[in-house]
Design a protein around this ligand. Structure first.
Ligand code: DAH
Length: 332
């Protein structure tokens, strides 16, 4: 093999590389000119049959040839790579000025939003959140809250029993979480208890057998009704606007003494709307939960989340909150 033959191989390889217009072609050209069956590889295999002197001369020529072809290949490879990249970028280009597809993001349900807002107001005042089971014993749901065994609220007309013999109920309020908290911890206690509660009520515009409460409990030394009033006034302003007043009306709950219904001022016809029940925790309840009523006093309240949501957003029928009608849900 002489220099002109080597030159012919080089020229053929370079021509094939520059003729290749994509990486597939180029790979084929590499196999043809640098692969195991290329003229170059065959010539290298035949070196062994040559004389020492010839082998050195031809070997050097072939090495140079291989370097030249490899360099040419590398250069073309880079070149085609960048051409192909810019073609791909051009073809995958997004037209950001085109019309967008409308995405309707999900969001928390109105009740979830209002519950979170209520809880937030109390977190801001230093309360923490306590949660408990929805299937509850009569002892926590009733007895320790001073609701005696013959109280009408315990009847099956009002309470949904899971197991009547074992006195297991679906909790009728989140007050048992207050009980659980007091049994577990000494004052100072400041908790809010959000969650679902259940009553054997028929469904109508203002009643649902499942609804949502946020109850609150504060027990410490020297707590009076003034603290209760101030706390609930702050709550009413945060949820309904700064120009609100609260009014406490005497009421009765077995677990508080005295008890009060709390009204918030509205510009509506009557001027006042009832939003929650509250009171000073009955000393018997404190004592039953292991807290010394001579030393500590406390207040408690129970907020109906549905009622707050309905008042604030002008929802007339409680069923709208549970119907999952997308048109209603999208409004909030
Ligand atoms: N548990 C009451 C209910 O479900 C609401 C309530 C009233 C809770 C007064 C309280 C309270 O903690 O002090 O109707």
């Amino acid at each position: 093999m002489d220099a002109s033959e080597v030159d012919a191989l080089r020229i053929a390889a370079l021509a094939a590389f520059s003729a290749a217009t994509d990486s597939g072609d180029l790979e084929q050209a590499r196999i043809d000119h640098l692969g195991r069956r290329s003229p170059l590889a065959l010539a290298q295999k035949q070196l062994g049959g040559l004389t020492d002197e010839e082998r050195r001369r031809v070997g050097a020529l072939l090495n140079e040839l291989k370097t030249a072809i490899t360099e040419a290949f590398d250069a073309r490879h880079l070149e085609l790579g960048s051409v192909e990249l810019s073609q791909r970028l051009a073809s995958e280009r997004l037209d950001l000025t085109g019309p967008a597809r409308r995405i309707r993001p999900g969001r928390p349900h109105l009740l979830t939003q209002v519950e979170a807002e209520i809880v937030d107001v109390f977190l801001g005042m230093g309360f923490s959140v306590a949660e408990g089971p929805e299937v509850e014993s009569g002892r926590f749901n009733f007895d320790l809250l001073n609701i005696p065994p013959d109280h009408p609220a315990r009847g099956t007309m009002d309470t949904i029993y899971v197991d009547e013999d074992a006195d297991i109920v679906l909790r009728t309020h989140t007050s048992p979480v207050q009980v659980r908290t007091m049994l577990a911890q000494q004052p100072p206690i400041a908790v809010v208890c959000p969650g679902r509660v259940y009553r054997a009520d028929a469904v109508d515009a203002t009643h649902s057998p499942v609804f949502t409460q946020v109850e609150g409990l504060l027990v410490a030394e020297g707590i009076t009704m003034a603290h209760l009033r101030g706390t609930l006034l702050a709550f009413a302003k945060a949820l309904f606007g700064d120009d609100r007043e609260v009014r406490l009306r005497p009421s009765f709950f077995p677990f508080t003494e005295p008890s009060a219904e709390v009204d918030v001022s509205f510009e509506s016809a009557s001027g006042w709307l009832e939003i929650l029940g509250s009171g000073m925790v009955d000393p018997a309840v404190l004592a039953g939960c292991g807290i010394d009523p001579e030393r500590y006093s406390g207040f408690a309240f129970g907020i109906g989340v549905e009622r707050v949501a309905m008042l604030r957003h002008g929802v007339a029928d409680i069923r709208d909150l549970y119907d999952a009608d997308a048109r209603f849900l999208a409004a909030f």
